[in-house]
Design a protein around this ligand. Structure first.
Ligand code: SF4
Ligand code: SF4
Length: 397
């Protein structure tokens, strides 16, 4: 009974949201998925959501249709470009809400997520991280880092997230950020046995009442409260957005949530962080979707870059609200979309060259991993390098 009621509510919500869409297709050119598949797979954002709309409206919910719908819905990288286009040019349809509810519906019907992502959800449930790491293995990267645990002697919780313990590119970011905060004299600590913020569960449709996201977020909220945390700084824009916008507001009251680029920008403004060395590079900043389009954080990372002596800051032709997604959002890092991610990274690497840059700077572990791959695939490693903002700051100290 409960399951049927949930399904009925989800269908009603999906139809409600998507009835606003007038199928003008102004969102179509903004969709990176459309760009890299030449529209073959999805016909862009309106194609994805029309497929969902008609499947629900006509009740075409047999397993075969649902299987195809699953492949379409889970291919969305949740970059939000379509919503911005629709808001600016048409009806302001909340496409991402519909896509998330569509994924939740497929989870209810035991069709979602994608086959590989099922293991991701299992891992989240069993170990508290999406990468199949036993809790002890997840902590292994900390050995030799000499970082305090969050406690009464510390003011700021550095929330590292699950990618750094698992991936060397992201680990480099975390190491540099830790060094940077130490050099700035910040009293900060981490949670050694930190668990995931829950974003991958949301991305895969485990977003409903009693679902995995509720379980994980509840555990984190209790942990933050028991430790008396008042200020969280995250490495990843995805964790930042999840804490800021997806955890219940009343439970997070009194806790300041910042992405590390905001925190560094504040330190520079207060004179607590100063750069002495000149970095003679021409850089472009790649706006991660979950900092930019989701949270309008465009200026802070650029302010940090502008404060580094010698650095030439240019812009991608597609920047800020118009930034091109790296392809890693929406749960895609946990399934087989590598070829598409490679194509996007490749486009972005070439766009950096067109902008006259020798370096792409970003501030997201997933963007960094994908852009590093993109530069390799484009075969332009000699001409363009990829670096995280915290890593660049460390070089300039
Ligand atoms: S721009 Fe908006 S109204 Fe037009 S097709 Fe896209 S979602 Fe629908
Ligand atoms: S969120 Fe991005 S990938 Fe998904 S439909 Fe919209 S524009 Fe396309």
């Amino acid at each position: 009974m409960q399951a049927q009621a949930t399904e009925a509510r989800l269908k009603e919500d999906i139809l409600d949201i998507l009835t606003c869409c007038i199928n003008c297709r102004f969102c179509l050119p903004s969709c990176p998925l459309f760009e890299i598949t030449q529209g073959e797979v999805t016909q862009g954002a309106s194609g994805i959501t029309r497929a969902l709309y008609y499947a629900v409206k006509w009740n075409e919910i047999d397993r075969e249709v649902l299987g195809e719908l699953r492949n379409i819905l889970y291919s969305c990288m949740t970059c939000r470009n379509c919503e911005v286009a629709c808001k600016n040019l048409s009806t302001g349809t909340k496409l991402l809400d519909a896509i998330e509810k569509g994924r939740e519906l497929l989870i209810e019907k035991l069709i979602g997520p994608m086959p590989k992502q099922k293991r991701t959800l299992e891992s989240l449930y069993l170990y508290g991280n999406p990468n199949d790491m036993l809790p002890a293995d997840r902590q292994a990267w900390l050995s030799g880092l000499n970082v305090s645990s969050f406690g009464p002697e510390t003011d700021v919780l550095l929330y590292v997230g699950c990618t750094a313990p698992h991936d060397l590119e992201a680990q480099g970011m975390a190491f540099r950020l830790v060094e940077l905060l130490k050099r700035a004299g910040i009293r900060f600590g981490i949670i050694g046995d930190e668990i995931c913020c829950g974003r991958p569960a949301l991305d895969m449709g485990e977003s409903g009442e009693g679902g995995l996201f509720e379980d994980i977020s509840g555990k984190n909220i209790a942990r933050l409260a028991s430790l008396g945390v008042k200020h969280v700084v995250t490495l990843s824009p995805h964790c930042f957005d999840t804490f800021r916008n997806r955890y219940p507001e009343e439970k997070m009251k009194g806790i300041k949530i910042q992405h590390y680029t905001q925190f560094l920008s504040d330190l520079i403004e207060k004179g607590q962080l100063k750069f002495a060395k000149s970095i003679e590079k021409k850089v472009v900043y790649h706006d991660p979707c979950y900092l930019g389009r989701y949270n309008s954080i465009y200026d802070e990372p650029r302010r940090v870059l502008e404060s580094i002596p010698g650095l030439g800051l240019g812009e991608f032709a597609r920047a800020r609200e118009d930034s091109l997604c790296c392809g890693g959002g929406g749960g895609r890092m946990f399934t087989d979309f590598e070829a598409e991610i490679g194509r996007l990274g490749n486009i972005r690497a070439k766009e950096a060259l067109d902008a006259g840059a020798d370096t792409i700077v970003t501030a997201c572990p997933w963007c960094k991993i994908n852009l590093v791959d993109g530069v390799k695939i484009a075969g332009i490693e000699e001409s363009v390098s990829v670096i995280d903002l915290a890593e660049l700051c460390m070089k300039a100290l």
